[in-house]
Design a protein around this ligand. Sequence first.
Ligand SMILES: Cc1cc2nc3c(=O)[nH]c(=O)nc-3n(C[C@H](O)[C@H](O)[C@H](O)COP(=O)(O)OP(=O)(O)OC[C@H]3O[C@@H](n4cnc5c(N)ncnc54)[C@H](O)[C@@H]3O)c2cc1C
Length: 419
Amino acid sequence: MAEGFDPVDVAIVGGGIIGASTAYWLAKAGVPTALFEKGILACEQSSRNWGWVRTLSRDLPEVPLALLANRRWSEFQQQVDVGYCQNGLLYLQENDRDADDHARWYENAKVYGAQASFLTKRGAQKLLPASARAWTGAMYSASCGVAEPTKATAGIAALARQAGAIIVENCAVRGIERSAGRVSAVVTERGPVQARSVLVAAGAWSRLFCGNLGIEFPQLKVRGSVLRTAPFDANMWVSINGKDFTCRKRADGGYTVSQFSASLAELVPDSFRLMTKFIRPWIENRSIVRVRVSERFFDELRIPRRFSTDRETPFEHCRMLDPPPYAKGVEQAWTRLREAFPVFNGARIAHSWGGYIDVTPDAMPVIGALHDVPGLYLASGFSGHGFGIGPAVGECVAALICGNEPPVDLKPFCLTRFA
Ligand SMILES: Cc1cc2nc3c(=O)[nH]c(=O)nc-3n(C[C@H](O)[C@H](O)[C@H](O)COP(=O)(O)OP(=O)(O)OC[C@H]3O[C@@H](n4cnc5c(N)ncnc54)[C@H](O)[C@@H]3O)c2cc1C
């Protein structure tokens, strides 16, 4: 037994928003839980994202998760500052095709409870007085919001700790132990910790972790890039999604700016292994995700796909994925934003950063039990939109592990859909 760690019911691999919120819901239900993070909490995707908490334009099975998450974010905000506010979100339209796409999404999504309104040209202008461009209209949701990625996971983890969860940073999980076929422990770099159930919430590392257990999880990484301005008043509080820029107000007074096309799919050995599953999404999304050859091919080639738990593993070798931003992508977003909203010419860029987004072939996560190994669960592959639904995912996974009916149907998120 690792020194200082008592046996737990549930061990969680990964301290991003998914791991932290699951730890919270488990601890709140009185389940002895320990979360292990190889770096520091939220050091990867969960602190690097845009901060959007959105229902608009979600894949339909995720809509109920998004609606539940809105409630949970505001409950969290009442207990700890996660930077949550419902400031509204606008999907801007430039032509009839945009309007038709939005109307089609809403027609299907309202069956799941989504709410949106459609603004005319004048309505959009009214919400965006600083705009220099005449939008043909907009899809709008007042209930969409933002939370602060630099505060949210730490805040939720603090609530989990208060409820009794053990949260351990700088401690990688190397693998699991099994007894009579089912999970019996996690092996951390500080030794084994007995656990009856293990949740893999390892973000971009989940494929490697599962692969070492003989479980195939089709997941690749896409490099996203973002910038923030110094505090600045553009008289704009609502978040906006234009064709080639996105922008949202930050709690520190600045704005977070990016665009969907600031994403790079770098070719790595896994790209070829998973080619048949990803070729279609690459082609369909070629206007927003650019496929590139990069030196990361050789970095990933050096990572062993099978490793033993009695020596250093790739998880300790790289405590934090910290890619540089794709400069062209963020510069273009910044230029387009300033063309549409010239007021931003008075703002100063304070910082830009990159982050690896973990993606699946259908851009939906896997959330569920891995039936090949009883006691093992996976919640990963959130494909660039797991932050907003994180609090609801944690609640659903906790229910599943406890043997209860999750508040949202998780069947669409099973791993077997990729078999
Ligand atoms: C640039 C960018 C913009 C985005 N914008 C949005 C947005 O606006 N809204 C939205 O909803 N989503 C957004 N996302 C996606 C969102 O950030 C992710 O879906 C979400 O944070 C995933 O959370 P996670 O907990 O699954 O993964 P992560 O946050 O990546 O956490 C996984 C953690 O597991 C740890 N780990 C891995 N292996 C091990 C191991 N063996 N042992 C211990 N620890 C381990 C890692 O160090 C990491 O901290 C964006 C992502 C990026 C990168």
